[in-house]
Unconditional design. Structure first.
Length: 346
């Protein structure tokens, strides 16, 4: 008997993502992004994102169905991002998913966006082992999760201020780089010296370990970069962009990987999954690969196309929920901009 066909809808921020997943097989992943419409503002404008989702929703669903060569009637379940995210965009996706579920008389599942960033790797590298450690890093989240049986989540740590991706965007703006800053800093860093400047590593001092061993903080690092840049500018010196980018990126990757490996060892977890938009960062990928190899930990990072927001991650988590027989959400499911990361399903 064929696995259920799950339609996933993602609208937590500025990407309208629609995907179809059967079991662990991805049939199609279709994305429409409005990122270019936000670039001139230096960040996401929720009202613009919401309008873009409204305009893109039906064409993106139709494109996904046509590409997979399946009819809407063949869908067995609808999964949609219920949170975390921006309320306006989340509401557009939830409204579309509710309409489809009602019209097709199919079960509806409101799932967690952040957990989807980790679970999407099942479509690439196969089913998770019984327990995995997940580091989800993006513009809004730097979260360390322990995941049992794919759908049971324990939050071990999170960011206390700026998330990694958010810090990259702010430093990018400081360096005069286009929005979003992450890809531009990553590009510059490849030609820089990561040891040229010793920037601080937040929450790594012995006094922080007891209370914040698995938490992250990048606000102080961002401030340190700003002060370093200002000092050079005030002295009339040329700014070594490549070295600043490389040293900053090294500091972020160092903290993320060191804390994550330590948590995996503490809890006896042998598999680490890294997901989220910031997992595309080359220094993070390289350092994680090196340190996991040294620690004997299996590293799983999805291809870059699955790191940013997409429908595949929501369909993958929806498929995992459906396969485990969890009860569907009600048609009046709410969206939650600050949905707890321990809550897989609404």
């Amino acid at each position: 008997m064929a696995e259920p066909l799950v339609l996933g809808i993602e609208t937590s921020c500025d990407e309208t993502g629609v995907a179809l997943v059967r079991g662990l097989d991805l049939l199609v992943d279709s994305v429409a992004s409005s990122v270019d419409e936000h670039a001139r503002f230096g960040g996401i404008i929720p009202e613009i994102a919401s309008r873009a989702h409204l305009e893109a929703m039906v064409p993106t669903i139709e494109r996904a169905l046509a590409t997979a060569d399946v009819s809407l009637g063949a869908v067995d379940a609808i999964a949609v991002t219920a949170g975390p995210g921006l309320v306006g965009p989340l509401t557009v996706g939830a409204a579309a998913a509710k309409a489809l579920a009602l019209a097709l008389d199919k079960p509806l599942y409101g799932v967690n966006h952040v957990i989807g960033h980790a679970v999407v790797d099942e479509l690439v590298d196969g089913a998770f082992p019984e327990r995995v450690m997940a580091l989800v890093v993006s513009g809004g989240h730097s979260s360390l999760l322990m995941i049992d049986d794919t759908v049971n989540v324990t939050e071990l740590g999170s960011t206390l201020d700026d998330a990694a991706g958010e810090a990259f965007d702010k430093v990018g703006r400081l360096l005069g780089l286009p929005y979003p800053g992450g890809p531009h800093i990553d590009r510059l860093a490849r030609d820089g010296n990561p040891t040229a400047i010793r920037f601080p590593r937040g929450l790594t001092a012995p006094k922080d370990q007891a209370a914040h061993a698995a938490d992250f903080s990048f606000s102080g690092l961002k401030t340190a970069v700003a002060r370093w840049v200002e000092a050079r500018q005030d002295a009339g010196e040329e700014l070594p962009l490549n070295d600043v980018a490389a040293s900053f990126a090294e500091a972020v990757a160092d903290v993320l990987t060191a804390k994550t490996i330590a948590a995996a060892k503490k809890h006896g977890v042998a598999t680490l999954v890294i997901g989220g938009g910031f997992s595309a960062n080359s220094q993070l990928r390289d350092m994680a690969a090196k340190r996991c190899a040294e620690a004997g930990i299996t590293l799983r990072i999805p291809p870059i196309r699955y790191c940013t927001d997409n429908g595949a991650m929501i369909a993958a988590l929806g498929s995992a929920v459906v396969r485990r027989g969890l009860p569907p959400s009600s048609l009046d499911l709410p969206v939650d901009s600050s949905m707890p990361l321990t809550q897989v399903l609404v």
